[in-house]
Design a protein around this ligand. Structure first.
Ligand code: HEM
Ligand code: FES
Length: 343
C-alpha cells in the first residue's frame, strides 16, 4: 500500500524467502565449482566461476519466468511471487559477475578498450558456428540491468504502471537473447552436452507453463452476456460466490471481481493498482478486499484503499434478483462508492 510511493513493508515471510535464496545460491556455486574442478580438470578457477555465475543466473531466470504462470495455474505458488523482485535482482548481480569476469578474461589483455573488443574482436555475424555470441549476452545484460534498476516500487509509482510493465515485459526478449547466447556459445566451446539438454528442457517448461496459463485465462475471459433488465448482466447464483471471496467475470472486455461479504455483494475491477494482481483471487480481511500478491487493500463498496492510503479502482453497480447476482457492465470512476446489493 502506498502513501506517496511507500513500499510494501518487510515481513518474516520475506526474510525466510531471502534466507532460502541465499542458501540455494551458495549451495549451487559450491557444488558447481567443487564438481567442476573434479570433472573438468583443465578448466581454470576463472572459467569455473564464469560458468558457475552464468548457469546460476540462467537457472534463476527460468524460475522467475515460471513463477507468473504457476501462480495463474495454482494459488499455492503465490508465496513465490511475493518476493520475486529479490530473485530478479540476485539473478542480475550473478549475470553481471559472469559478464564482467568474461570481459576481463577474454577482452582485457589487448590494446583495445575491453568493451570495444567485445564487439570488434569477432565480426563473423554471418556464421552460425562462429557467431559473436558474447554481444548477445551483453544486450541481454543491459535489459536485465534496466529491470533490476527499476524494480523498486519507487519506480513503479514514478514511471506509472503501464510504462513499468512494458520495461519488465522486456524479460522475454532478454530470455530470447540468452537462449541464442548460450546455444551459439556452446558451438564454440567444449561445454558439456548436459548444458544443451537442460537448456532445451528449460525452454519446454517455460513455454508449456505459459501456454497452459494463457488457456486458463482465455476460459476466464469468456464474456458474460446474459443481459437482463436495465443493462444489468447476470453473473451467476449468489451461492456460487463463497463468503468473503469473489467470483471473477468478464463484462464488456474488463475483468470484474464480484465479492460477497456479510450479506452484501459488491463488484470492483479485478486489477490491483500495485502490479495488476488479480483482486478477485484475494479475500476480504478486516473488511477490506486484500490483493493476494502483496496485500494492497480496497474497500469493497468504493474500491478505495482505506485512509491514509490513496489507491483506487473502478467500481460496478450490483443487484440481486431472486437467487441471482446481476452486475452493470459500466465501470464507475475509481473510488466511486456504490451501495452494495443486499441479500
Ligand atoms: C557482457 C555480457 C556477457 C558476456 C561477455 C558473456 C560471455 C560469455 C562467454 C565468454 C561464455 C563462454 C564461457 C565458457 O564456455 O567458458 C558464456 C557462456 C554462458 N553465458 Fe554469458 N556472457 C554475457 C552475459 C550473460 C548473461 C546476462 C547470462 C545469463 C543471465 C549469461 C549466461 C551464460 C551461460 C548460461 C553460459 C554457458 C555457461 C557454460 O559455458 O557452461 N551470459 N558467456
Ligand atoms: S498488492 Fe501487489 S499486485 Fe496487488
Amino acid at each position: 500500500m502506498s502513501v506517496g510511493y511507500q513500499a510494501v513493508s518487510w515481513n518474516r515471510q520475506k526474510r525466510i524467502y531471502d534466507v532460502v535464496l541465499a542458501g540455494f545460491v551458495a549451495s549451487y556455486l559450491a557444488i558447481f565449482i567443487g564438481a567442476g574442478s573434479v570433472v573438468q580438470r583443465n578448466a581454470t578457477a576463472e572459467t569455473l566461476l564464469i560458468r558457475g555465475f552464468g548457469t546460476l543466473s540462467l537457472l534463476l531466470l527460468h524460475v522467475i519466468l515460471c513463477i507468473g504462470p504457476l501462480c495463474r495455474l495454482n494459488r499455492r505458488f503465490l508465496p513465490l511471487l511475493y518476493n520475486r523482485r529479490h530473485l530478479g535482482v540476485t539473478m542480475f548481480f550473478f549475470a553481471l559477475a559472469h559478464g564482467v569476469f568474461s570481459i576481463v578474461q577474454f577482452h582485457a589483455l589487448g590494446d583495445l578498450n575491453p568493451l570495444v573488443s567485445l564487439f570488434v574482436s569477432n565480426t563473423r555475424y554471418n556464421s552460425v558456428a562462429e557467431f559473436p555470441f558474447q554481444a548477445l549476452g551483453f544486450f541481454a545484460l543491459v535489459i536485465l540491468f534496466l529491470m533490476a534498476a527499476t524494480s523498486h516500487d519507487f519506480w513503479l509509482h514514478n514511471l506509472s504502471a503501464p510504462v513499468w510493465k512494458r520495461i519488465h515485459m522486456m524479460v522475454y526478449p532478454a530470455y530470447g537473447l540468452l537462449i541464442a547466447h548460450v546455444s551459439l556459445g556452446a558451438l564454440q566451446s567444449e561445454t558439456s552436452p548436459w548444458l544443451s539438454g537442460l537448456l532445451g528442457l528449460g525452454i519446454i517448461v517455460v513455454i508449456t507453463l505459459h501456454v497452459s496459463a494463457a488457456m486458463k485465462e482465455r476460459c476466464l475471459d469468456r464474456e458474460c452476456t446474459d443481459a437482463v433488465a436495465d443493462g444489468f448482466i447476470e453473473v451467476g447464483e449468489v451461492r456460487s460466490i463463497p463468503e468473503n471471496r469473489a467470483k471473477v467475470v468478464t463484462l464488456s472486455g474488463e475483468r470484474v471481481a464480484v465479492f460477497r461479504y456479510g450479506g452484501k455483494v459488491s463488484a470492483i475491477s479485478n486489477v490491483c493498482r500495485h502490479q495488476n494482481g488479480p483482486l478477485g483471487e484475494g479475500r476480504i480481511i478486516d473488511g477490506c478486499i486484500t490483493c493476494p500478491w502483496h496485500g494492497y487493500q480496497y474497500l469493497p463498496d468504493s474500491g478505495a484503499s482505506p485512509p491514509p492510503f490513496t489507491e483506487k479502482v473502478p467500481t460496478f453497480q450490483t443487484k440481486i434478483v431472486g437467487t441471482k447476482v446481476l452486475v452493470h457492465p459500466c465501470a464507475h470512476p475509481p473510488g466511486t462508492r456504490l451501495e452494495p446489493a443486499v441479500l
